[in-house]
Design a protein around this ligand. Structure first.
Ligand code: HPA
Length: 273
C-alpha cells in the first residue's frame, strides 16, 4: 500500500467517528503534558489502537488516543501520547499519525516535549521554543524511504512563521519563552554527565528523547512544524541535575498549565491571522 493510501485510510477512521470539520492545528502532547486535552470542548476521542498504522501500547498506564474538538474557537487535533524510538527501535513509529495530517489538509503541527536543560538561565519549569536540533543518534526515520523526496532540507525545519506566532502568543499571555537547540538522545537511560558536557560543547541547549524524528517525518510530508519544550530538570551532572523519570513526570505535570496557556494563546493568534 502506498503511503498516501495509508494516510487516507487513517483519516477515514476519523470521518467514521464523525469528525467532519477541517483541522486548524495539530498538537502532540509529551510526557506529563496532557492537561490541554482535558480542556477540549465537543471532544471526539479515538484510541490509537482503532487506527491502522498508529503505534500500539500504552505508556504509564494511559491509553494513547486522539482528541479532536474545539479550543479557542479553532478545531484542534491532539495526539495524546507519542511512540518513542526507545520503545521498539523504530524511528519512524509516528510516520502514519503525522502522515495522516496530509490527508486532513496539512494543518500546522506543534510538538511538545519534556526536556533536560543545559543552560542555567533555562531552569526547570521553563518553556523553550526549539529553533533547531542535533541528531547524533544515528537512526533517521527516512532510512529505507525511496525517491528524491527523502533528501529533506532541514534549514528552517522549525517553521519561522510558526515560531514568530508562538513568540507573539507568549508575549500576549505574559509567559516567558526561551529559545534553543534540542539534541536528541535515544534514551531510555538518561545521559551521563560526560554526554551532557559533550552536548554543551556541540551547541545544544536542551536534551530529550523525542521530537527530532517527528520533525524529520513532518518535513518529509511538507508539514509546517514547531516544537516547545518544557524543562523538567537540569542535564545530568549540571548543578541540580540528576534526572529521573519521576521528576520528569512531576515537573511536566506542574508545568502543564503554563504550556496549555501558551498553546491556547497560540490558537487565538491563529484565529486572528
Ligand atoms: N534527558 C533526556 N530526556 C529528558 C530529560 C533529560 O534530562 N528530561 C526530560 N526528558
Amino acid at each position: 500500500m502506498s503511503s498516501e493510501a495509508e494516510f487516507e485510510r487513517a483519516a477515514r477512521i476519523l470521518a467514521e467517528h464523525g469528525v467532519t470539520r477541517a483541522i486548524d492545528c495539530a498538537i502532540v502532547l509529551g510526557t506529563g503534558l496532557g492537561l490541554l486535552a482535558e480542556q477540549v470542548e465537543d471532544a471526539v476521542r479515538i484510541p490509537y489502537a482503532a487506527i491502522p498504522g498508529f503505534p500500539s501500547g500504552a505508556v504509564s498506564g494511559h491509553a494513547r488516543q486522539l482528541c479532536i474538538g474545539r479550543l479557542e474557537g479553532r478545531t484542534v487535533l491532539i495526539f495524546q501520547g507519542r511512540a518513542h524510538y526507545y520503545e521498539g527501535g523504530d524511528p519512524a513509529a509516528m510516520r502514519v499519525p503525522l502522515g495522516m495530517l496530509t490527508a486532513l489538509g496539512s494543518p500546522p503541527l506543534i510538538l511538545t516535549n519534556a526536556a533536560g536543560s543545559l543552560r542555567p538561565e533555562l531552569p526547570p519549569g521553563s518553556l523553550v521554543l526549539v529553533n533547531d536540533h542535533i541528531n547524533l543518534n544515528g537512526p533517521n526515520p527516512l532510512i529505507g524511504d525511496t525517491g528524491d523526496g527523502r533528501f529533506v532540507p532541514m534549514v528552517d525545519a522549525y517553521d519561522p512563521a510558526l515560531r514568530e506566532r508562538l513568540k507573539a502568543a507568549a508575549g500576549k499571555a505574559g509567559l516567558p519563552l526561551g529559545e534553543g537547540v534540542y539534541m536528541w538522545f535515544s534514551g531510555p537511560s538518561f545521559e551521563t554527565p560526560a554526554e551532557i558536557r559533550m552536548a554543551q560543547v556541540l551547541g545544544a541547549d536542551l536534551v530529550g528523547m523525542s521530537t527530532v524524528p517527528e520533525v524529520i517525518l513532518a518535513r518529509r510530508q511538507g508539514l509546517r512544524v514547531a516544537a516547545v519544550s518544557v524543562v523538567t530538570n537540569m542535564g545530568a551532572g549540571l548543578h541540580g541535575g540528576a534526572p529521573h523519570h519521576g521528576e520528569t513526570k512531576d515537573v511536566a505535570s506542574a508545568s502543564g498549565g503554563e504550556l496549555a496557556r501558551l498553546l491556547r494563546a497560540f490558537l487565538r493568534e491563529l484565529a486572528d491571522a
